[in-house]
Design a protein around this ligand. Sequence first.
Ligand code: C5P
Length: 420
Amino acid sequence: MAKLLKNLTNKQILVGITGGIAAYKSAELVRRLRDGGAEVRVVMTRAATEFITPLTMQALSGHPVSLDLLDTESEQAMGHIDLARWADAIIVAPASADFIARLAQGRADDLLATICLATAAPVAVAPAMNQQMWANQATGDNLAILAKRDIKQFGPGVGAQACGDVGAGRMLEAEALTQLTGELFQQGGLQDLKVVITAGPTWEAIDAIRGLSNRSSGRMGYAVAEAAMEAGAKVVLVSGPVSLPKPERVQVESVRSAEEMCQAVLTQIKGADIFIGVAAVADYRPAKVSTKKVKSIDETLTLELVKNPDILATVAALKPRPFTVGFAAESHDLETYARAKLKAKNLDLIAANSISAKPGTNATSGFESENNQILLIDRENNIITLEQQPKTKLARLLIQHISKKYHAQNTTKNSRQASR
Ligand code: C5P
């Protein structure tokens, strides 16, 4: 249980409540999802408000509850499209027979049904109804339509019902629903693989207190590490100095300089299947490091810099080498430079992102930002664009692509070896 709950950390879950006596269990569901680390927003149908109050759900979720499609106030705060985009997953619990029917028809006549239609996130329904309604062919047919559209079905359970009947149609308990929601985020794909990732800036000491560094926040690398962990990998994150919390279930090796980062990577890379270099490694370091604080007496000071090891190129040159992925942050000619880097460093894949905002400004993408967008380029020159979005979501998409590419490459390699 505890293991699966961790999948909910930082996830944005939209809980939809429709009209049914089981709605009282949704209060417990919201509480448990939040205990698991998820942020929860609640959307209720008008019928649901007859069973549990929006105020209760507001208090438990920590956010105002959305009720109506055409309500100017709530559309101003977070409209139906915003909510559909915000959600990492939508859980409709309880899902009444009527709501299931409307979902099967693709209706958009209330807020919850519209959001389900407008989202790209996984949707799950937790049916709750009288056993006779559950047994009706119409309900079965509707659920078969939903299954074809990849809408998940959580439950129902069997047992005593509020109406006095006994049979199938009881909504699953909050604990089981929380567990199933967590499982939605087990993307898989990297099970039993070792993935080494670098993140953050490096710090190149000039003297006892001064140094050269850059504006990398480490957010992208940390998000990639979390996404790889979620996909089932054993993850080692070699991190430069950042002020981010350590991700759970990830082995973090903290380093400062590029040389330390290189050493740590070469130690950890043994047995690794995939290497992802996200760190903004300093290309140069001061030739001499003074152990004392350098006095500022002279008008000018010349620092002699020497080249740092290229960690990514070093890993890509290993024999055997892991599947190697690099990042390229460029201010202009993104595609051209990224392609050149892929070749020069002998990479399998490069993730290129633009850092075109001027230094000192609040960049909307790239360094120090919550958001990023990426161009993924492989050796065959296939290009995939991952649109601007929060780094956590982007990292999950990136890991999906890396996983697909890694497995495709390994299948080809294995079949080539088998035919020899
Ligand atoms: O050449 P450039 O620094 O733009 O390359 C960026 C990519 O190379 C990133 O993936 C970064 O982590 C990696 N890199 C490295 N060691 C260096 C410089 C860059 O691993 N010394």
